[in-house]
Design a protein around this ligand. Sequence first.
Ligand code: UDP
Ligand code: MG
Length: 310
Amino acid sequence: MKLSLVLPCYNEEEVLNDTSSKLLSLFHDLIASSKIDENSTIYFVDDGSKDNTWQIIKKLSQKHKEISGIKLSRNFGHQNALLSALMTVEGDAIISMDADLQDDITMIEKMVDLYREGYDIVYGIKMKREADGLFKRITAKGFYKMMHMLDADVISNHADFRLLSRRAVEHLREFKEVNLFLRGLIPLVGFKSTSVTYDISERTAGESKYPLPKMLAFAWNGVSSLSITPLRFITAAGFILFISTLILTVYSAWIALFTNKAVPGWASTVLPIYFIGGVQMLSVGVIGEYIGKIYLEVKARPRFIIEETI
Ligand code: UDP
Ligand code: MG
């Protein structure tokens, strides 16, 4: 079985040497125990890094026949970098993981074993996330909760550490969307799948390439790529507002006709204007988000551009 390991790297010069030596020794063990073919390869994808990442990848690939590199023409983002590798590398199975080795690499052997047992997809699931800061843990938890509330089918605590069989990858190719949220797409591919669990560790070096704004954008991309429930909220809000207004109208008619308490009020005139204005703006905003998505999908720009492979 020929295994391909793909690791997107964005400004990862500090971790690459360490990561590659750990992965190489693991590879040698797996080849020695003939779990994987000796032509198995580790692909580092340089996602338009501004530091020496590509130079290091190049050097590594000259030194070790197991290491290859893919250089994208600019920074396309983690998901697209990952996709560029999934769509181009060979191998009977492809395992994707982050370059910082926060994921437990001993799980690779387990994933391979499960592949041999006939699973097409093996998800790596984080059990303990102590190594992630408190803030990241809380926001991640909130994110998965929200995704489930919105009926978006994502696997909790699974990031992009997973094994995909050749045929799963080939079917992933048929998903043409530009707003890429891979961890939401993989469950839609189907096939027999299972998971392995592990505890994450600290980044070996360097810092997170996902600052808060990027994380929020990623989360919103996940929601709007997988769920149209926010659009339904607008409909529901509109409906409730409509009914409330009807009741209010009947009530004020009753006051005006059968009592003498009717005072032409400022609040009752002005507040609804602001209120309805707010609701409308919010609604238009959410609709706009989806129209923006449609705009991007319709253009169908390339999701990645490969400058060089070694
Ligand atoms: N990454 C990438 N392109 C980007 C941002 C990140 O290829 O624009 C890679 C990064 O090099 C790493 C992986 O995506 O291998 C995950 O990033 P990171 O570890 O910084 O995220 P965190 O674990 O903090 O969520
Ligand atoms: Mg990380």
